[in-house]
Design a protein around this ligand. Structure first.
Ligand SMILES: Cc1ncc(COP(=O)(O)O)c(C=O)c1O
Length: 361
């Protein structure tokens, strides 16, 4: 399902950083933050330990805590929602769009109460959430935390014609560089981006014990810093991201072409005016397990996402929505199978996958 790139330039950068013995708090982390901010077209970007700590930090920066409600999807990776529990606030689970699997904006609107302080929008599988979500949060004065863990390089054109890239579609953006993601750093890693001047210094601070430049702890923070070696690898990977995205888009287009006339398998849709980052290519089928067995016999890896919606997991047993059903979430949980779409897929592997799709009856 995933095969991270590891090229000579990345190895050289990592070894040079180790040889320098500047292993933390150096020029690599500073350079990676600056280059990632430039790539996303945002005010600032701060490398950190992983996507989950980025989400926790984003909520802290936004001042979210006990008594506050945060609207989240349930059809996502668990840490998009448990970060809300970790700051003592209440996640409010909202259903997704049937076609794009991101938060349904109308349902978000209906779920806003006087306690709602923020929304965590997830660009799921690399598909950006709707630009209407951005508009709604602005109108309702809600902080929009952008979970871009799966969406490095995804793009969306807004009604005014502006094209924005993931990381620039909310108040605080959170990325993951887990090895399966569209770009990686040779271990755990994450990034916090922001478009808001009032958040930038606090983001830098929270990843470093909440300290000000003169080393006084002025906010609650922790050690969420990325290592220099990871940053040096990330900088090289970032150079290749757009090239890799084109390969993912090409793989996805070929799969979709092959599925156009398939009697039972349905290809994923792309939101109009967006450029999908294809972290995952999820085929819809009423027989996900039989489809996976079919691929398995042919030596092709495949995974179901996300079979237990977040609000139905044990950690939420005392949550008021634990026993409730979100219709589109349920349908997605029961029908989606991800097939390999990674940029490192060879042509012959892609053709083998296409043949396997076509031969599923
Ligand atoms: C949507 C989403 N959010 C958050 C995360 C958390 O990132 P990490 O694994 O780097 O903590 C992930 C990673 O799998 C993810 O897919």
């Amino acid at each position: 399902m995933a095969r991270p790139s590891w090229e000579k330039q990345m190895r050289d950068a990592a070894l040079a950083t180790l040889d320098s013995k500047q292993w933390v708090k150096g020029t690599q982390v500073a350079g990676f933050g600056k280059e990632f901010a430039d790539y996303c077209g945002v005010l600032g970007a701060t490398p950190c330990q992983n996507g989950s700590s980025a989400l926790w930090a984003a909520l802290r920066i936004a001042g979210i805590g006990p008594g506050d409600e945060v609207i989240v999807p349930s059809f996502t990776f668990i840490s998009s929602t448990t970060c809300v529990l970790l700051v003592g606030a209440k996640p409010v689970f909202v259903d997704i769009e049937p076609d794009y699997y991101c938060l349904d904006v109308q349902k978000v609107k209906q779920s806003i109460t006087t306690d709602t302080k923020a929304v965590i929008g997830v660009h799921l599988f690399g598909q950006t959430y709707s630009s209407e979500l951005v508009e709604l949060c602005r109108k309702e004065n809600l902080v929009l935390i952008e979970d871009a863990a799966q969406a490095h390089g995804a793009r969306q054109t807004f009604a005014n014609g502006d094209e924005r890239i993931a990381g620039a579609m909310g108040d605080i953006g959170c990325f993951s560089f887990f090895p399966s993601k569209n770009m990686a750093v040779g271990g755990e890693g994450g990034m916090l981006t922001t478009t808001k001047p009032q958040f930038q210094d606090r983001i830098v601070g929270i990843t470093n014990h909440g300290r000000s430049p003169d080393l006084e702890a002025i906010q609650l923070g922790s050690n969420l810093r990325m290592s220099e070696v990871s940053a040096s690898i990330g900088r090289i990977q970032l150079h290749s991201l757009d090239k890799w995205l084109e390969l993912r888009r090409h793989n996805a287009a070929e799969f979709t072409k092959a599925l156009m006339t398939h009697p039972t398998l349905t290809a994923p849709k792309i939101r109009p005016k967006s450029k999908h980052a294809w972290h995952q290519y999820c085929v819809q089928t009423t027989e996900p397990d039989r489809f996976i067995s079919h691929l398995d016999v042919l030596g092709i890896d495949a995974r179901r996402y996300y079979t237990i919606p977040c609000h139905r997991q044990q950690v939420y047993i005392e949550h008021p929505q634990y026993n409730s059903t979100l219709v589109n979430t349920n349908k997605a949980a029961n029908t989606l199978v991800a097939i390999p779409v990674m940029h490192e897929l060879t042509e012959s592997e892609r053709n083998r996958i296409i043949a396997a799709l076509v031969s599923f009856k």
